[in-house]
Design a protein around this ligand. Structure first.
Ligand SMILES: C[S@@+](CC[C@H](N)C(=O)[O-])C[C@H]1O[C@@H](n2cnc3c(N)ncnc32)[C@H](O)[C@@H]1O
Length: 204
């Protein structure tokens, strides 16, 4: 998927997830579970492929110290506007998820979120992203990642499975948490059958 072009022409249908109550309920439940038994501030969170910062801003509102990374400057510009509008603190970094440390993104993140980046990467990029996440996630980290089910979809994400995640994240236990309840625009939903699932990863 050419995200630079997509943002340039204003094509970002994934952003309608915030207007999909069933998806919002599913992501909020996962955030609740990552916070259970603790009070804010919850610690550092990394939003991979943050786009216009929708979910990073939601995490910041909840009391996480958030860093958002994206490779597309136009997306980051929109994220800056969203952060300002929300009146929250969120660090925004232009960088590649396959080389987080090269972009200066390092540390021991407690929560790592990926709403739609990993499953659109090539096999090599996925392996590199997994190595980077392993390097910057703390011992107690939770990784929350969504992926479409595998299918050839031309320029759209080809998806991923739990087994493929396990292969890229050795040392992590991968749990399939079931449907995210996101409904893509009708033609995509019918032709591309996203059948999008949440996965939770924790160190074994
Ligand atoms: C499907 S969008 C999701 C955006 C955001 N997470 C959301 O849910 O609104 C995927 C995002 O990943 C970014 N992205 C794709 N490949 C990337 C890479 N190698 N490094 C950093 N960001 C990347 C894109 O620019 C895009 O913003």
């Amino acid at each position: 998927m050419n995200y630079r072009l997509a943002y340039a022409v204003g094509f970002h249908p994934w952003e309608s997830a915030i207007e999909t109550p069933a998806f919002v309920a599913s992501i909020e439940r996962l955030f609740d579970e990552a916070e259970v038994g603790r009070d804010p501030p919850y610690g550092s969170a990394l939003d991979l492929g943050t786009g216009s910062g929708i979910w990073g801003v939601e995490l910041a509102k909840r009391g996480w110290q958030v860093t958002g990374v994206d490779i597309v400057e136009k997306a980051l510009g929109r994220a800056r506007d969203r952060v300002d509008e929300a009146g929250v603190e969120m660090e925004l970094v232009r960088g590649d998820v396959t080389d987080l440390r090269g972009a200066g993104v390092d540390g021991e993140y407690r929560l790592v979120l990926d709403t739609g980046t990993y499953h659109g990467l090539t096999s090599e990029q996925r392996a590199a992203m997994a190595r980077e996440v392993d390097a910057v996630a703390g011992d107690e980290a939770t990784v929350l990642l969504l992926a479409w089910e595998p299918k050839r979809r031309g320029p759209l994400p080809r998806g991923a499975t739990r087994e493929e995640l396990e292969a890229n994240f050795p040392g992590w236990e991968v749990t399939d948490l079931g449907r995210t309840n996101f409904t893509a625009p009708k033609p995509v939903e019918i032709l591309m059958k996203p059948n999008e699932h949440w996965y939770r990863l924790r160190r074994e």
